[in-house]
Design a binder for this molecule. Sequence first.
Ligand SMILES: [Zn+2]
Length: 392
Amino acid sequence: MTDTNTEHSELRAVRTNGIYNPKQRTYDANVVLFEGDTVYETRDDIPNDVPAVAHHDGYAIPGLVDAHSHATIRPWEGDQISQLGADRTTATVKALNNLSTDLAAGTTTMRLMAEEGYLDVRLAEAEQAGEIESPRLLPSGIHLTPTDGHGMVHTATDGVEEVRRRIRENMREGATHTKFFATGGVSSDTGSPGQSQYSREEVQMIVEETHRHEKHVATHAHGGAGAQLAIDEGVDTIEHASLFTDEEIDMLDGSDQYVVGNFAIGSHPRGIEAGDGDNPAIMAKLRESREKSAEAWRKILDADLNVAIGTDSMHGFMHYEAETLVELGATPERALNAATLDAARAIQRADHVGSLEPGKQGDLVLLDDDPTGNIGTLEQPAGVFKDGVEVA
Ligand SMILES: [Zn+2]
């Protein structure tokens, strides 16, 4: 580590019993120094001339990176597709409350998976301007789904030329990635979770046009033909993967693509069950996907694929996603990485977030217990720093 010198008058220190380094998968320092909104360095002690902004008798991890969420949705209120189409004032008020819940629970960066009317892009701009209490947001703009597809709210995108135009419109507005639906889903009764929603030509255009803009493609896919087509065409992240079999896992073996797990929405009582328990078609799909998802994810972890986690709108539930990953066979360190550095890699922001390295954003979560021994300690952060400032 470099020596601190007095030119850096803005330095502030946070001292703990251990700062988790996802690259080493262990604690390799006790103190982090912030300079402005970024990390200056990590080290063992506080230099004489640097003020301490926190002494915490516990541990610190990098700020959590939620690789998949939706600002406006609350699964426990049911009918998520209608929620996406709610009037803009209602949707915005809900989003602001949801995002402040996420931030207080330790999420400092969040990739959003689409809204109608570019609400996600506007929220990301408001966060950047310091107007709202929220994790840093990566918006996708309008998601791509066909006329008869899962996720269809007001806007459908059909055919190669419409796909190209939609992606260009999203990029013009400020999207950081493309979100498209490769398969049906669990939270609506439209399309089966394995069936391919788009033709190969359409998927090729999604990948080609997004990559041409030097952005990445996030793919809603539970498994089967739709997932396989997307993997084959080179999408960057595959979301949910709840019906993956050996076929999809073999296709991803050795690839740099990421699989993103979302568990709370399907298995926690506050998830889809709370909102759509009276819809027999949705509940039948949910029961089927719960069993298969656990089986699929044990295999995904066993095969050592690249994994990240996200709450899929279960605001404040990153702890549950990490705990579930451990229950399914991951070490606590792997689960911590899936919630920090590996999530940052999945969303292509590892140069800025995901670990406490010099020059990265000053985002960290203070914990009372050692999460490598007790992953459950993630549920109650003792403090949250974003951009070097304590925000919760
Ligand atoms: Zn989602």
